[in-house]
Structure formats: C-alpha cells, structure tokens
Design a protein around this ligand. Structure first.
Ligand SMILES: NC(=O)c1ccc[n+]([C@@H]2O[C@H](COP(=O)([O-])OP(=O)(O)OC[C@H]3O[C@@H](n4cnc5c(N)ncnc54)[C@H](OP(=O)(O)O)[C@@H]3O)[C@@H](O)[C@H]2O)c1
Length: 307
C-alpha cells in the first residue's frame, strides 16, 4: 500500500509516521515539498504519486491567527482536502482526514444545564474561522463520494511540537502560580493514542476480504478522543501531579488557580463544551478509549523527558 502522509512535522503526523511503519510505503512530504495552501500542487502531487491511501493530519491549526488569515486557513483546511477527495475518488484511493471539536458551538446541554457530549449527527455550528474552515473540509470530503474516514478529535497534545502539555510543563518549572481557564470542558487527546487508533483501523481496512461491504458499513465521520472530561485547569492539575510523580519538575509544584475564560480573552472564540461522544468509534472499529488520565500517563511513561 502506498501511503501519502501530510503534516508529518506536526503532532499527529509525526506520531502517524512512527505508528504506520510496516503498513506500507510511506511518502511524507514536508511543507517545502508539498504546500497545502496550493490546491493545484496538491492535485498534481496526488496524480504523480498515485497513492492507495491519503492520510491528512496536515492542517492550519493556529486558531487565533486564523481570524486574520481566513483565506489561508480555508485553502489549507477546506480547499486542499476537497482536492484530495476529488482525486481520491478518481483514483479509487482512500482518504483519512482529521477534524475538530471546534465545528460545534459548544452549547449542548441537558435540561439540568449539564454539558452533554456531541454525537456525529449533531448539527455543527462553528464559532471561529478555524472551525468554519475545518467544517468546509469535512463537507467537501463527505460530498465527494470517495472512500473516506473523518476523525474529529480535541485538545491534542504530544511530547513533540507546540502544545498545551509542553507549555504547562515549561511554566510549571518557571512559576509559583498558574491561572488556567476552568469553564471550557473537553477530553485531552494524546497524538500517540490517536495515531495508534488510526493505524489499528488502517490494519482493519487492509485485512478486510470484502472491501465493498466494509466501506458501505464504515465510511463516514467518527469522534476520536479518550474517555472522560476535564477543564484546561483540571488538565493542568493532572499534568503537574503526573510530572511531580515522575520527578519531571525541577522545583516545587506551582499552585493552579481556575479562572473563567472571560479573564483570558483570545482573538478566536472557543466553545465551552468540546465533549465528543465516541460510542460510534468503539461500535464500528472495536477501539477501546482509555481515560484521558491513562493516555497522559502512557504519553509521559514513554517520554524522553524521563531519561
Ligand atoms: N492540535 C489540536 O489541539 C487539535 C484539536 C482538534 C483537532 N485537531 C486536528 O488534528 C489534526 C492534526 O493536528 P496537529 O495537532 O497534529 O497539528 P500541528 O501539530 O499544528 O501540525 C500541523 C501540520 O500541518 C502542516 N502544515 C500547516 N500548513 C501547511 C502548509 N501550508 N503546507 C504543508 N503543511 C502544512 C504543519 O507543517 P509545519 O511543521 O511546516 O508547520 C504540520 O506538519 C488537524 O487536522 C487538526 O485540525 C487538532
């Protein structure tokens, strides 16, 4: 199987590059070899490479900056995925794409005012440019008729790249006090777990004896996060607790204080409720979701930070 992997210098792409070893010939062009803001180039590259599978974790992910760069965000997150889908359809190639909790408004509640996790069939309603661009990408892929899987995830972290986990570990070593938003809820997702779940599913695709039936049953949109919920503040407390246990902090642990998001204004509005229901993922692919705390534990256990 020839696999075209975008975004291999990002958190999820880097984890995929490692997890996909042995599943095929991986072609992983960097940004200077394949610029995702140039849909025409994307089209030509796919025609030249003739992949069997396109895995697309490459994305414009600068949520705040997207507010002032909507065209660029749209080219990378919507137009290029649309071209990938069109070319995949022509080639008979599979497209696996990633999307986000930010396609939702984050207001879903039950009658008692408790946050309720979003299901795949809930109506999207993005609150910011990034969310709109990712939703357009999803829609183009779903309308293309190509064989596709779209995995929506949330709050991605890894020991690689720029993310909340590494920022908090750095700040915990610099400060005595941390103020962190405590009114946005979600499930932190380890890029390694995401890549492992994806490669399990790629194996299932490769092993099926009846691809027509398999795709009729499985094609579509899935939510892919660990189980449980927390706030950014709760995630910070767990990071510090697990880092302290592993003696990754160079000084006494800082005090963590929760603050409302109104005290931390950002250019892009963010949803309060980022919770995604993953029952469909488990039902279709037998993927067991670890708790978000267990996923963090395994990320830190495998960490070069421990050495
Ligand atoms: N991060 C999150 O919290 C989060 C949450 C929900 C969903 N997601 C989704 O999950 C997927 C993976 O996200 P991630 O966290 O792995 O993102 P990431 O770490 O920001 O990586 C993004 C990747 O896309 C590449 N890229 C960006 N612009 C490009 C361009 N013009 N041409 C070529 N490559 C380009 C980056 O290359 P460079 O290294 O050259 O910049 C990088 O390899 C994305 O679809 C994202 O929308 C992420």
């Amino acid at each position: 199987m020839r696999i075209l992997l975008t975004g291999s210098t990002g958190q999820v792409g880097n984890a995929l590059l490692r997890q996909l070893q042995g599943l095929g010939t991986i072609i992983a062009p960097r940004r200077d070899q394949l610029d995702l803001s140039q849909p025409t180039l994307v089209r030509q590259t796919i025609r030249d490479l003739q992949p069997d599978l396109i895995l697309n974790p490459g994305a414009y992910t600068a949520v705040d900056k997207a507010e002032s760069e909507p065209d660029l965000a749209n080219a990378i997150n919507a137009e290029s995925p649309a071209v990938m889908a069109e070319e995949a359809k022509k080639l008979g190639c599979i497209l696996i794409h990633y999307s986000t909790d930010y396609v939702f408004s984050g207001n879903k509640q039950d009658d008692s005012g408790n946050w309720v996790s979003y299901k795949e069939q809930d109506a999207p309603h993005p609150m910011n440019v990034y969310g709109h661009s990712k939703l357009s990408g999803e829609q183009a892929i779903m309308q293309s008729g190509c064989r596709h899987l779209i995995f929506r995830t949330s709050w991605v972290y890894s020991l690689f790249g720029k993310n909340f986990l590494l920022t908090m570990l750095r700040l915990a070593n610099e400060r005595t006090e941390l103020k962190v938003v405590n009114d946005q809820w979600g499930a932190p997702t380890s890029a390694d777990w995401l890549a492992q779940a994806t490669s399990d599913i790629v194996r299932q695709i490769q092993q099926t004896k009846k691809p027509g039936e398999w795709w009729a049953e499985h094609q579509g949109l899935y939510h892919m996060t660990p189980a449980g919920k927390t706030s950014w503040c709760g995630f910070t407390e767990e990071i510090i607790a697990q880092a302290s246990k592993r003696q990754l902090l160079l000084k006494e642990a800082p005090h963590v204080h929760g603050i409302p998001s109104s005290d931390y204004p950002t250019p892009a509005r963010r949803p309060n409720n980022s919770l995604l229901d993953t029952a469909k993922l488990t039902q279709h692919f037998c993927i067991q979701t670890p708790t978000w705390q267990a996923a963090l534990d395994s990320c830190l256990t495998n960490s070069a930070l421990n050495q």
